[in-house]
Write a protein that binds this ligand. Sequence first.
Ligand code: ZN
Length: 280
Amino acid sequence: MPELPEVETIRCDLLPRVCGRTITAVRITPDAVPLVDGASPVEFGSRLEGRRIEGLSRRGKYLILHLSGGLHLVVHLRMTGALLHRDARAPADRYLRAVLSLDDGTELRFADLRKLGRLRLASDPEEVVGRLGPEPLDARFTAARLHQAIGRRRAPIKAVLLDQRALAGLGNIYADEVLFAARIHPQRRADTLSEAENRRLHRSIRRVLRDALDNRGASFRDYVDGGGREGRHQFYVKVFRRTGQPCYVCGAEIERIKVGGRSTHFCPRCQPQEVANGPT
Ligand SMILES: [Zn+2]
């Protein structure tokens, strides 16, 4: 599933290409009706046609197209969604569900193998994205802000990091990578982290996400950027899907457990279960 680095990569790819363009036509495939839940495909298209794309922002894992007349198109890629910018004459992409024709002969295409993604229209995007925690790459996201967001939670830290209402943008890949970088066991209760561990976690969240962004995201399965290309960060992960392979730091075997129902990868030596009082 695309997480913050993947969605942000798509945003950076698309912004200069679609900003300022006007939507001239909208096509939704008949099997993609659930994609635009809350609107009929015809209604959806007629509300979009003629509008100018004025901006493209991201909140957590959501992309938000800002359109003229105060309308927003909120895109959630979920498991297998992709948002692609193509020349209208380019061959059709696989699993194409929706196409927005633009006034310069290009198209914004939404492809989705599993049809779990969502396209929603709203005058207030907050109505769609709901209550989300702070943006971890925002300059205002300090260690104190992290502590405020998670420091009273009694759930395992891995589950808390996945909770979008606590912190926006992390999914299964980066939650595992962040906890490894911070040397924190994924089952530690969030409210038991020391001040030093909270600082380490804060630093790790920002560093891991920035590194992944530098590598244009991770393509373990379906993720592609706004031009249809794969990311590279899957080659640089330290624990995610490395079960049984040696830890790059200590050589111990990476283990896999379930935390909150999700597959979780960690190094039993670098991330001991007892509270670590190592260097900060
Ligand atoms: Zn290790």
